[in-house]
Design a protein around this ligand. Structure first.
Ligand code: SF4
Length: 70
């Protein structure tokens, strides 16, 4: 079990709805091209962010555990 997470935005898929930035402004922001970018760390409970990822209409977000076993 991990409590460290990496979240990535596929900017080729992002259409700039702003939904992720609205739901989790501490993690996402729209840049000057109106594309989502990650601005914050993802720590601890990931349940909320899993919901945010699932709500992206273009499946541009991916949340994965950071494997710190090495
Ligand atoms: S919810 Fe998806 S499409 Fe909308 S701004 Fe965020 S990454 Fe882009």
């Amino acid at each position: 079990m991990t409590d460290a997470w990496r979240i990535e935005v596929d900017r080729r898929r992002c259409v700039g709805t702003g939904a992720c930035a609205y739901a989790a402004p501490e993690v996402f922001r729209l840049d000057d091209r109106s594309l989502a970018t990650v601005v914050g760390k993802v720590d601890g409970d990931d349940a909320f962010l899993r919901d945010v990822v699932a709500e992206c209409p273009t499946e541009a977000l991916r949340l994965s555990p950071i494997d710190d076993a090495r």
